[in-house]
Design a protein around this ligand. Structure first.
Ligand SMILES: Cc1cc2nc3c(=O)[nH]c(=O)nc-3n(C[C@H](O)[C@H](O)[C@H](O)COP(=O)(O)OP(=O)(O)OC[C@H]3O[C@@H](n4cnc5c(N)ncnc54)[C@H](O)[C@@H]3O)c2cc1C
Length: 540
């Protein structure tokens, strides 16, 4: 790329891609008061919803942003987080998995909601922002590193006109095929192609079938000759928008030729089980299922976020969820560095913290993909015991609160206190105030409106035990000395059963993203010095 002769326009952060992750990143920077430009090559937010599951950590983040209810209002009914195995949607039900029980460990239970609704609700918050501009129909062309950032070229798809922007940081939120990642020279590690699939997004009113409201997805085992014997149909709004997913090859599209629209409609009719169903095809995509994580999430001023950093099988529903949480992890760090409150070193913790989580989610999703294949074999066998075993095992796919909430950062912007990491079970979440984990949720009032999680937003928070007033005093001193605003909170009680192990006179320092940075289970001789030391270690 040639650096433009005229002076480039300036922004703190340039975000490539206005998918769910780029938009989430923009919303976060806007909340923190940082200017940014998002370039999105499509003319609007997505018209091809893939994701339909926002898991608890993502819903907790949406709660913080004030959009939880708006998103929930557009989701499927409660307890629809299950798959139903059918011969067709109108036909025989073979079996079904069970919804995940809500044990009250979060103020924001998961929600089955389609990606187009999620993107629209996030965009609704930032479209009037004075700080973050979203430029649709604009493609990112390339960038050059300069000493204090990057110079990027972007081009209007409508007019072909190019512009140059100087940004301190460039965020690649441009999805699985990320051109920005390739331009930065970062490789993906892991198998690039596990299978080739076609997504077909279509409209047909299925609201007369009770099943259409009840489940997140259908695994169709069709007996109709001439149509694919196996397909997934994902429920996007419980009424009339559906996404069929059909495997069309192992390493490449193995069909003699792509299906015509008329053939596709016949396939959908057979899978629904209504021969004269009125179907409108909306759009389609052909994609490769991969299990890959980038070799590094950062190179100089460039950060990979979302699918640009990791792409894994959709089985498990962790793509969008991981990406929103990547953004939540990175945003406050960028802000602290841009404001001069932390040194550049803090930004290295993004890769150290998020890459292992990306790998763990890739492994979990891959395991679910294998489980799906076993269910296929069981259903084909027709053996009831064989089917029951694998459908029961399917609970391990969607009952994933341990995977969604139990991850911890063992290295990065955290100070380990020597307690060993017990590992996490994908189905079980054990709350803990151990450094690296998300601080536990507890309701703070009888009507169950205020959660401990509401304490964490833009500042570091000192959470003291019920007899830990000395920590609050220490927090005031540190704030006054460093000029860094600290949020000071005290727990009403400290029960280990709630995951509060700090004890009555202990304290933790919680980062703006709600993860514990440091813990001390007693009052030392100089609590202000200990607290200041912890902040210094985390930020510099
Ligand atoms: C069938 C299926 C089901 C899924 N279900 C779930 C689920 O239940 N839960 C879940 O969490 N995840 C799920 N996922 C994964 C989820 O859809 C993705 O992880 C998510 O879309 C990633 O968001 P992103 O913003 O990182 O990337 P994308 O959604 O791919 O967005 C990237 C954006 O960048 C834009 N872009 C690309 N290149 C450029 C350029 N050069 N210039 C400008 N703009 C550019 C693109 O137009 C696009 O809008 C599913 C995926 C599939 C395929």
């Amino acid at each position: 790329m040639d650096i433009a002769a005229e002076a480039p326009r300036r922004t703190s952060v340039l975000i490539v891609g206005g998918g769910p992750v780029g938009l989430a990143m923009g919303l976060l920077l806007d909340r923190f008061g940082i200017d940014a430009v998002i370039v999105e090559k499509s003319p609007t937010t997505t018209d091809h919803p893939k994701s339909r599951g926002c898991w608890v950590r993502t819903m907790e983040i949406f709660r913080q942003w004030g959009i939880e209810q708006a998103i929930r209002d557009r989701g499927l009914q409660d307890e629809s987080d299950m798959f139903v195995q059918v011969e067709s949607i109108a036909g025989r039900e073979i079996s079904r998995s069970r919804p995940e029980p809500n044990l009250g460990q979060t103020p924001a239970w998961k929600c089955l909601v389609a990606q187009d609704a999620v993107e629209e609700e996030i965009y609704r918050v930032i479209e009037h922002s004075n700080l973050v501009q979203v430029q649709f129909s604009t493609e990112f062309v390339g960038f050059e590193e300069v000493e204090d950032g990057v110079i990027c070229e972007i081009r209007s798809i409508e007019t072909g006109r190019s512009e140059h922007w100087h940004a301190r940081y460039l965020l690649a939120c441009d999805g699985a095929g990320s051109q920005t990642r390739r331009a930065a020279g970062i490789d993906m590690v892991g198998p690039a192609c596990l299978s080739v699939l076609q997504n077909e997004y279509w409209r047909a009113d299925l609201s007369r079938f009770p099943l259409a409201r009840e489940a997140a997805g259908y695994q169709v085992y069709s007996k109709t000759p001439g149509v694919p014997p196996r397909a997934g149909i994902l429920n996007t709004n419980g009424r009339d928008r559906w996404l069929s997913i059909i495997q069309i090859g192992e390493q490449k599209d193995d069909r003699p030729r792509p299906w015509t629209d008329a053939e596709m409609i016949e396939i959908i009719r057979a899978h629904v089980g209504v021969p004269d169903l009125e179907v409108t095809l909306l759009n389609r995509s052909v994609w490769r299922m991969s299990k890959q994580v980038a070799a590094s999430f950062r190179k100089s001023h460039v950060f990979l976020v979302g699918d640009a950093a990791h792409r894994f099988p959709p089985t498990g529903g962790f793509g969008l969820n991981s990406g929103v949480q990547d953004a939540h992890n990175l945003a406050w760090k960028l802000v602290y560095v841009l404001r001069g409150w932390a040194s550049e070193k803090l930004l290295n913790s993004y890769d150290l913290e998020r890459r292992p989580v990306g790998q763990s989610n890739a492994d979990f999703s891959f395991g679910n993909m294998i489980r799906f294949r076993r269910i296929d074999e069981a259903v084909r066998s027709g053996n009831e015991d064989h089917i029951r075993f694998w459908v029961n095992d399917l609970d391990n796919h969607l009952h994933s609160i341990g995977q969604a909430l139990g991850f911890t950062y063992e290295e990065g912007a955290v100070i380990p206190d020597g307690t060993p990491h017990g590992g996490h079970l994908t189905r079980v979440y054990r709350p803990s105030d151990r450094p690296g984990g998300r601080f536990p949720h507890m309701w703070l009032d009888m009507p169950r409106k205020r959660s401990t999680l509401d304490w964490f937003d833009k500042e570091f928070t000192v959470v003291a035990g019920p007899q830990g007033e000395a920590w609050l005093e220490a927090g005031r001193n540190v704030s006054a000395k460093t000029g860094l605003q600290l949020n000071l909170q005290q727990l009403p009680h400290a029960h280990p059963a709630d995951g509060i192990q700090m004890g009555p006179r202990g304290a933790v320092l919680v980062r703006p993203d709600g993860h514990v940075a440091w813990r001390m289970p007693y009052i030392p001789s100089d609590p202000a010095r200990e607290l200041a030391g912890a902040l210094e270690t985390v930020l510099h």
